[in-house]
Design a protein around this ligand. Structure first.
Ligand code: C5P
Length: 299
């Protein structure tokens, strides 16, 4: 009973989180600031750090706010179980690769084509759930996944405007690179999500301990990425250049995303996660149209 409640609560929070993240990011991009823009690589690191900190707080709460119990759990479950901890390096490394692939995809494809193609992850997730978790899906379930994928793809379908200058600049070669990147990202999203689900559901450790393990690797990979991409800029203007109130909101929402996705994977599953994020794509499109008035639906 409690777990059914948690299932719908986590799915509801995921819809809220994804919708507000998209809208805040969109709003922060249209806002004209005067200083340098914040570094995306730095935002990733800060979000990862916030996520670990919150998970440590949740483990602390689960152990009646005892500092001694907290440090003993962290030592026992993380330091003294290096193999269990190392298992999380796999999804963490794949997520890091995926986040970079999506960057490659967005640099070579227009945003709408990217969004439409990325919906294929709904199907890859279902395929990995069947092959790795032995889940069985009936004809109607496969059919609803296909309809969901087609529906979300249609909502995002690019308007057919021949005079779109952005589109003309994209050569066939770069479109191919973008397409390959997004297709690999669809596979990695499905695999990493289902791998994390398998670890959560087949072992006894708490979801928050698992998330700390995942986040630790994410933090290390993120710091490497940040120094490799933006090392020079950080030396000049620091890691927090261009941060404002909105940046902190985006970072906090991103950190919340990691926590909620973990809860959704634990209490529901990756397939339901796909439904929740699709619902939020439709919601943010509607809000964007009615409130921000910046979306023109195609006919
Ligand atoms: O597109 P997809 O649903 O695969 O994206 C999942 C995102 O959630 C990734 O960016 C990943 O870094 C993040 N994540 C997380 N914590 C988890 C699981 C996923 O931060 N436990």
């Amino acid at each position: 009973m409690a777990s059914a409640k948690l299932k719908y609560l986590s799915l509801g929070v995921l819809v809220f989180q994804t919708t507000s993240l998209v809208l805040t990011m969109r709003y922060s991009r249209t806002l004209q600031g005067d200083g340098p823009r914040y570094l995306a690589s730095s935002a990733v690191v800060v979000a990862e750090f916030l996520k670990i900190l919150t998970c440590v707080g949740l483990v602390f709460k689960d152990h009646s706010y005892s500092g001694r119990a907290l440090s003993s759990i962290l030592r026992q479950e993380i330091l003294h179980k290096p193999i269990e901890t190392l298992k999380l390096a796999i999804p963490s490394g794949i997520y890091t690769l995926q986040n970079n692939l999506l960057y490659v995809a967005l640099s070579n494809l227009d945003a709408a084509t990217y969004q439409v193609t990325y919906q294929l992850k709904i199907l890859t997730t279902a395929l990995f759930s069947v092959s790795m978790l032995g889940r069985r899906l009936g004809v109607y379930q496969w059919l609803s996944l296909l309809i969901l994928m087609a529906g979300v793809a249609l909502v995002q379908w690019p308007a057919d405007s021949p005079s779109d200058p952005q589109k003309e600049q994209l050569t066939a070669g770069s479109q191919f690179v973008g397409l390959v990147a997004v297709l690999v990202a669809c596979c990695s999203s499905g695999f990493a999500g289902v791998y994390f689900e398998k670890i959560l559901k087949e072992t006894k450790q708490s979801v928050w301990v698992r998330n700390i393990q995942l986040g630790m690797f994410g933090l290390v990979f993120g710091i490497f990425g940040m120094l490799a991409y933006d090392g020079d800029r950080i030396q000049q203007h620091g890691m927090f250049q261009g941060y404002n109130m909105l940046t902190w909101i985006v970072v906090a929402l991103q950190a919340l995303g990691g926590l909620v996705i973990a809860a959704v994977i634990k209490y529901a599953d990756n397939i339901l996660k796909g439904f929740a994020t699709s619902l939020s794509i439709i919601l943010s499109t509607l809000i964007s149209y009615f409130w921000l008035e910046d979306f023109e639906p195609t006919r």
